[in-house]
Design a protein around this ligand. Structure first.
Ligand code: ANZ
Ligand code: ZN
Ligand code: ZN
Length: 854
C-alpha cells in the first residue's frame, strides 16, 4: 500500500479546526496543582498584514507556551491589538474610511494569518485598545492617577504646522518641514499638555534593574539607565547684575567654577522675556532660535549658535562679572535651563567661545606636561581661590561644593535626563481624556458611571486641526459636578498608555467592574517571559514598568516589576539586489540568480547583492503568508526556529525552508512506514539487546540535549539539530530482539512529542497515525533516564610496537583475559604480529592495549 503523502494544507486545516472546536488552548486562571506560567509577545499594531518579524516573534512565544504546557504549567498565552494611532487616522484623511472600519478589517486579516500559523493563543482573552471596553479603563486609570497627583497639565512645546493648523508628531516632521506641506516650516508652539509624573519613579525605575538583572538583556538595562540619566552635580546661584535676580545653573563640574567666563541660558528661559524688554533688538534672533526643532538643536556635532544679551551675571565664588548669552544648545527642560560656561574645560563651551571670541581661562592643569585646550581630563586646580589651588580637581570638587553650601549659594543635587511623560495628543484616534471644563467648577473629572467617554462619530477628517474639535456633540457636555454646561477636553492619550498595562488586562479580560481583579493579576504577574523587539527597550518597557509600579502603589496589584524575563529577538535579514543603472532595489521576482551572483532579468545587468534587514525601502521583505502557502505553516515555523537562536539575526533563505520541508517529509515517511508494526507498549528492559540499548541511550541523550537547550536561553536550533541526529539513528536501527517494535515505537513517539512545539499540526497528525489518542500538546514532556545516558561501551586503541594498528569496542568492565583474546583476533593486528615473537601485551583498562613483538 502506498504511503499517505504529506499534504500540509490538509493537515494544518484539519488540526486548526479541531483545536478550535475542542478549545485546546483555552486557559483558566488557576489550576489545582499547577504552577502558572505567563508567556507574552509584544502587542502588535494592526497594520493589516503580518510581516516576517511578527512571524518570528510569535513563533518563539508559541514554542515556549507549548513547551511549558507540556512541562506541566498552567500557561497564559494571549494576543491582542495596539489599535489606536496615527496610520488609521491618516487612512481616514486620505480615503475617507472611518478609522474604526479600517482598523477592524486589518485586525481580521492579521488574526486570520495568526491562525494560519497555528499559534496556541487563548482567543477569549483577546483585547483591542480601540474598543470602548478597553479604553474605558485607560480613562479610569487616568482618573486614579489624577486623584493621586500623578497627572498634571503644563505648557510645553509642540511641533506645529501653520497650514494644517495642527500638532505634528516627530515622525511627521521631515527636514523641519511638514510631511503634507513640503514648503511649510514646522514651528514650535506652546500648548497646554497633560503629563504623567514618571519622574516620581525615576529612582525606583533605576533601582528595579537589580531585580531584573539576569532575566533581561544587559544592553536593555543600559539603554534604560542612560535614558533615565541620573547625574550628580551642584546647583550654583549666579546673580543677574542688571536686574539683581537669581540665576541658578546646574553643573557637574563645580571644580571648574573659577574658570567661568560667560553664562548661557536657553531661549525659552523666563529671564529672556525680561532681557527682551530692555533690549528689543535681539527679539527676532531669539524668535528664530525658539522655532528650531528641539531635537535637532541638541544634536551632537551640530554647530552652536548664540546671541549676546548685553547683560551680565556675577559668579558667587569670586564676584567676577561675566557676559550672559542665549544659546541654542542649552535646553530649557534639563537642569535649570541655564549653564555656567567654562571653555577651557568643556568641548562645547570651547567651540562656542572660539566662534564668538569669548575669554578662555584655564583652572585645571595636567600633572605633567603642557596643557592643550580644551582640557577635559582630571588634573590639579590652579588660578582658583587659595584654599583650592594645587589640589587634585576631584577632591576640589567636593571641597568647593561644601564651601558653596556653607556660604548658601550652592547645593549638591542630582538631575535626571528623564522627563515627565507628555501624553496629550491633538488627534482623534486615541483615548479621550476624561476631563471637562465648567465655568462654575473649573477643571473636573468625568464621573465613573459616565465612562467610557466615547469617541464621537460626527467627525470630519479633513486633515486640518484636531478632528475632535469638529464634533459639537463631543465638545458640548454636561458638568458632572453642577449639571451645567461644560466643555470637554479634546486631547486624546498617547497610545503608549494602551500598551502600558494591557498585559494586566489579559489576566482578566472580561472584567466589567474593574480593569482587572487584583488576585487574578497577582496569580499571573510578573509575566514570566516577555518577547519582543529591542526597539522597545526604552519607551514601551519603561512606561510599562512605571505603570506597574504606580498601580502597585495605588493598591491594584502586588508585584514590583511587570516582566521577569525579557527576550529581545534578533532581526530578520534578507538579500537585497541593487541596480546601479536603475538606481533602485529590485524585487526578487526581477532577479536571476547564478551561483553567488545576481542579474536583472530585464537588462542582464549584474546587481549589487547585500544581506540586510528586511525593509520596504530595500524591497527585500518576504510575506509570511506566501511562505505558508508554499511550504506550510509547520515548515515555516521550523525554519524560523532552526535557522538561528532567537536573540541572533536570522538570515532568510528559501533553501533553508526547502531543507526544513525535506526533514519533515523524512520524519513523516519513517513514522508512517512503521505505523503498523510498532508497539506502544512499555519496553521490557530486561529483554533488550545491544542494538536496542544503543538506540535507547541515543534517545535519552537526545531528550536531555533537547530539554537543556530549551532551558538554556531557548536555544531551539540546538534542540532541533539533536532531534535530527536521533532521526538518523532511528532510521539505521535494526534489532532481532523481542523488544524491537517497542523500542522503535518509543523512539518515534518521543520524536513526535519533542518536535510538537515547533511543528504542532504535523505532530498531531503523526500522533494520531501511530494510534495515540488526544493531542500531543497535552502530553507530558519526556524526562530522560539517568541509567541510559552514557554507553557502557568503551573504545580501546591498539598499538603494536608503538604504532596505532586499530581499535576495539568493548563493554566497560570486560576482563583483561577477554580483551587479550579479542585483540589478538583483530585482522590488522594479526597481520602485524604474524610470525613474530610476542614480548609483551599490556592492557590499560578502558584506554589502550600495547603489544610489543620481535
Ligand atoms: C560647567 C561645566 C564645565 C560643565 C565643564 C561640564 C564640563 P550631564 O552630565 O549630562 O548632566 N548643562 C547643564 N544644564 C544644561 C542644559 N539645560 N542644556 C545643556 N547643557 C546643560 O551634563 C551636565 C553638564 O551639562 C553641566 O555641567 C553643564 O555644563 C551642562 F568643564 O557646567 B557643565
Ligand atoms: Zn502641514
Ligand atoms: Zn460645574
Amino acid at each position: 500500500m502506498a504511503l499517505k503523502e504529506y499534504v500540509f494544507k490538509e493537515v494544518e486545516k484539519k488540526w486548526q479546526e479541531r483545536w478550535e472546536k475542542d478549545q485546546v488552548f483555552k486557559g483558566s486562571n488557576a489550576v489545582e496543582g499547577k504552577e502558572n506560567y505567563y508567556v507574552l509577545e509584544m502587542l502588535p499594531y494592526p497594520s493589516g498584514k503580518l510581516h516576517v518579524g511578527h512571524a518570528r516573534n510569535y513563533t518563539i512565544g508559541d514554542v515556549i507556551a507549548r513547551y511549558k504546557r507540556m512541562k506541566g504549567y498552567n500557561v497564559l498565552h494571549p494576543m491582542g491589538w495596539d489599535s489606536f494611532g496615527l496610520p488609521a487616522e491618516n487612512a481616514a484623511i486620505q480615503n475617507g474610511a472611518h478609522p474604526a472600519k479600517w482598523t477592524k478589517s486589518n485586525i481580521e486579516n492579521m488574526k486570520r494569518q495568526l491562525k494560519l500559523l497555528g499559534f496556541s493563543y487563548d482567543w477569549d482573552r483577546e483585547i483591542a485598545s480601540y474598543t470602548p471596553e478597553y479604553y474605558k479603563w485607560n480613562q479610569w486609570i487616568f482618573k486614579k492617577m489624577y486623584e493621586k497627583g500623578l497627572v498634571y497639565k503644563k505648557k510645553s512645546l509642540v511641533n506645529w504646522c501653520p497650514d494644517c493648523k495642527t500638532v505634528l508628531a516627530n515622525e511627521q516632521v521631515e527636514d523641519g518641514k511638514c510631511w503634507r506641506h513640503s514648503k511649510t516650516a514646522v514651528i514650535q508652539k506652546e500648548l497646554e499638555q497633560w503629563f504623567f509624573k514618571i519622574t516620581d519613579y525615576a529612582d525606583e525605575l533605576l533601582e528595579g534593574h537589580e531585580e531584573l538583572r539576569g532575566g533581561w538583556p544587559e544592553k536593555v538595562l543600559t539603554m534604560q539607565k542612560n535614558w533615565i540619566g541620573k547625574s550628580f552635580g551642584t546647583e550654583v546661584v549666579f546673580q543677574v547684575v542688571e536686574n539683581n535676580t537669581d540665576l541658578p545653573v546646574f553643573t557637574t563640574r563645580v571644580d571648574t567654577i573659577y574658570g567661568v567666563t560667560y553664562a548661557v541660558v536657553a531661549p525659552e528661559h523666563p529671564i529672556v522675556d525680561e532681557i527682551l524688554k530692555a533690549n528689543p533688538v535681539i527679539k527676532s534672533a531669539v524668535m528664530a532660535m525658539k522655532n528650531m526643532d528641539v531635537i535637532e538643536r541638541a544634536a551632537e556635532g551640530k554647530e552652536k549658535n548664540g546671541i549676546d544679551t548685553g547683560w551680565h551675571v556675577k559668579n558667587p565664588y569670586n564676584g567676577v562679572e561675566v557676559p550672559l548669552w542665549i544659546g541654542d544648545y542649552v535646553l530649557m527642560n534639563y537642569g535649570t535651563g541655564a549653564v555656567m560656561a567654562v571653555p577651557a574645560h568643556d568641548e562645547r563651551d570651547y567651540a562656542f567661545a572660539k566662534k564668538y571670541n569669548l575669554e578662555i581661562k584655564s583652572v585645571i592643569f595636567p600633572k605633567e606636561g603642557e596643557i592643550a585646550l580644551p582640557f577635559v581630563e582630571d588634573g590639579l586646580v590652579q588660578n582658583s581661590a587659595e584654599a583650592f589651588n594645587g589640589i587634585p580637581n576631584r577632591e576640589a570638587l567636593v571641597k568647593m561644593a561644601e564651601f558653596g553650601e556653607e556660604k548658601g549659594f550652592a547645593k549638591r543635587t542630582f538631575k535626571y535626563r528623564l522627563k515627565d511623560w507628555g501624553v496629550s495628543r491633538q488627534r482623534y484616534w486615541g483615548t479621550p481624556i476624561p476631563v471637562l471644563y465648567c465655568e462654575k467648577c473649573g477643571e473636573v473629572l468625568e464621573k465613573d458611571e459616565n465612562l467610557p467617554v466615547m469617541l464621537p462619530e460626527d467627525i470630519q477628517f479633513s486633515g486640518n486641526g484636531n478632528p475632535l474639535e469638529t464634533s459639537e456633540s463631543f465638545k458640548n457636555a454636561t458638568c458632572p459636578c453642577c449639571g451645567g454646561p461644560a466643555r470637554r477636553d479634546t486631547d486624546t492619550m498617547d497610545t503608549f498608555v494602551d500598551s502600558s498595562w494591557y498585559f494586566l488586562r489579559y489576566c482578566d479580560a472580561q472584567n466589567k467592574d474593574l480593569p482587572f481583579d487584583k488576585k487574578i493579576v497577582d496569580g499571573w504577574t510578573p509575566v514570566d517571559q516577555y518577547i519582543g523587539g529591542v526597539e522597545h527597550a526604552v519607551m514601551h518597557l519603561l512606561y510599562a514598568r512605571f505603570f506597574h509600579k504606580m498601580l502597585r502603589d495605588l493598591g491594584y496589584l502586588s508585584s514590583n516589576e511587570p516582566f521577569k524575563r525579557l527576550l529581545t529577538q534578533g532581526m530578520v535579514l534578507g538579500p537585497s539586489y541593487y541596480s546601479a543603472a536603475e538606481n533602485r532595489f529590485l524585487f526578487a521576482e526581477e532577479v536571476e540568480l547564478k551561483g553567488e551572483k545576481a542579474f536583472s532579468k530585464k537588462t542582464g545587468e549584474e546587481l549589487v547583492v547585500k544581506v540586510e534587514k528586511m525593509s520596504k525601502s530595500k524591497n527585500n521583505g518576504v510575506d509570511p503568508e506566501e511562505m505558508i502557502l508554499k511550504y506550510g505553516a509547520d515548515t515555516t515555523r521550523l525554519f524560523i526556529m532552526f535557522a538561528a537562536p532567537p536573540e541572533k539575526e536570522l538570515e532568510w533563505n528559501e533553501n533553508g525552508l526547502a531543507g526544513a520541508y525535506r526533514f519533515l517529509t523524512r520524519v513523516w515517511r519513517l513514522v508512517l512506514e512503521n505505523q503498523d508494526h510498532i508497539s506502544l507498549e512499555k519496553i521490557d528492559y530486561t529483554a533488550i539487546n545491544k542494538a536496542d540499548k544503543a538506540l535507547i541511550i541515543k534517545l535519552n541523550q537526545t531528550i536531555k540535549k533537547v530539554t537543556e537547550s530549551i532551558e538554556d536561553d531557548y536555544h531551539f536550533n540546538t534542540s532541533i539539530a539533536a532531534t535530527m541526529e536521533l532521526l538518523n539513528d532511528v532510521q539505521a536501527y535494526q534489532s532481532d530482539s523481542t523488544q524491537y517494535t517497542r523500542v522503535l515505537g518509543e523512539a518515534l513517539k518521543q520524536i513526535v512529542i519533542m518536535l510538537s512545539p515547533f511543528v504542532p499540526h504535523f505532530c498531531d497528525e503523526l500522533w494520531e497515525s501511530i494510534g495515540e489518542t488526544g493531542y500531543v500538546s497535552e502530553q507530558e514532556w519526556p524526562v530522560y533516564d539517568e541509567k541510559y545516558i552514557t554507553t557502557d561501551d568503551v573504545v580501546m586503541a591498539i598499538q603494536v610496537n608503538g604504532k596505532m594498528r586499530g581499535s576495539i569496542e568493548v563493554e566497560r568492565e570486560t576482563s583483561k583475559e577477554e580483551i587479550e583474546k579479542l585483540v589478538l583476533a583483530v585482522p590488522n593486528v594479526v597481520k602485524h604480529i604474524e610470525g613474530k615473537e610476542l614480548v609483551k601485551l599490556i592492557v590499560v583498562p578502558n584506554k589502550i592495549v600495547n603489544i610489543v613483538v620481535k
